[in-house]
Design a protein around this ligand. Structure first.
Ligand code: HEC
Length: 225
């Protein structure tokens, strides 16, 4: 009707494509654009799901193994009474002494502490064991030789049968002596490590073993005679 572009249905731009063609190609484009996205959209979803499950399972595992997510769960405080502490200390000392006895003494004095008649004197019921703690400590530190009387029987009558020094620490001597003094019906007081150290220092210049009679004289009061 008129040349006025306002009234014409056509765009004022010169184009080689018709409206129909443009719409068609847009539809095509839209299709090809969205097609790959539609497929790939599934992959992240699967990942999200798998990771979700993983985090869930891990959380349960963590909650179990960390005591409800507490990184530093409170330490269970067990308050021991002084008596319990003392009992525990003695228990450990005796247990340690028992092991040392098995390794260092039982081959001669026997596991039951009865020794072997004529050869190795008994420690069970021995007046040497129940005497001053210095006696047993000295015997272990330096060894013992010479004839002795234990529970009315003679030992060490032959020079070949004597006791060599046992090379163990002061603490080990305290532990094994305490064990021996309280095993097999013996009931003498514990031997302290400090006392063993003092006794070792006192006899440090001595090269030879103790002779039974010497020790007996030194600790005469404690032999109950
Ligand atoms: C190699 C053997 C042997 C070993 C190991 C040995 N003793 Fe003895 N013990 C003897 C003999 C032998 C005598 C006696 C020595 C004597 O007659 O002069 C003796 C004496 C003693 C005595 C004094 C006598 C008595 O019967 O009470 C005590 C205490 C003693 N030993 C404790 C120990 C302890 C504790 C150990 C381990 C740390 C030990 N002995 C390891 C052989 C041994």
């Amino acid at each position: 009707m008129s040349d006025d572009p306002k009234h014409s249905g056509n765009l004022p731009i010169e184009t080689e494509f018709s409206d129909e063609e443009i719409v068609k190609s847009h539809v095509e484009l839209a299709k090809t654009k969205h097609e790959p996205t539609a497929n790939f959209l599934l992959a992240p979803l699967v990942f999200v799901f798998v990771f979700g499950c993983l985090i869930f399972v891990c959380s349960i595992q963590l909650a179990h193994s960390t005591n409800s997510f507490q990184l530093h769960p409170p330490v269970e405080i067990v308050e021991l009474t002084p008596e319990e502490k003392e009992a525990l200390r003695m228990d450990r000392k005796i247990t340690s002494g028992e092991k040392i006895f098995a390794a260092r003494c039982a081959s001669c004095h026997q596991a039951n502490g009865l020794g072997i008649e004529g050869q190795f004197p008994p420690l069970a019921g021995s007046e040497w064991v129940s005497a001053d703690p210095g006696v047993i400590a000295n015997v272990i530190i330096k060894g013992l030789k010479g004839e002795i009387l234990v529970k009315g029987k003679k030992y060490g009558t032959s020079a070949a049968v004597n006791m060599a020094a046992v090379p163990i620490s002061d603490r080990e001597i305290a532990n094994v002596s305490t064990y021996v003094r309280q095993a097999w019906g013996n009931s003498s007081a514990e031997v302290l490590e400090d006392d063993v150290s003092r006794i070792r220092a006192e006899s440090s210049g001595m090269q030879d073993q103790w002779v039974g009679a010497e020790l007996r004289k030194m600790f005469a009061d404690s032999f109950g005679q």
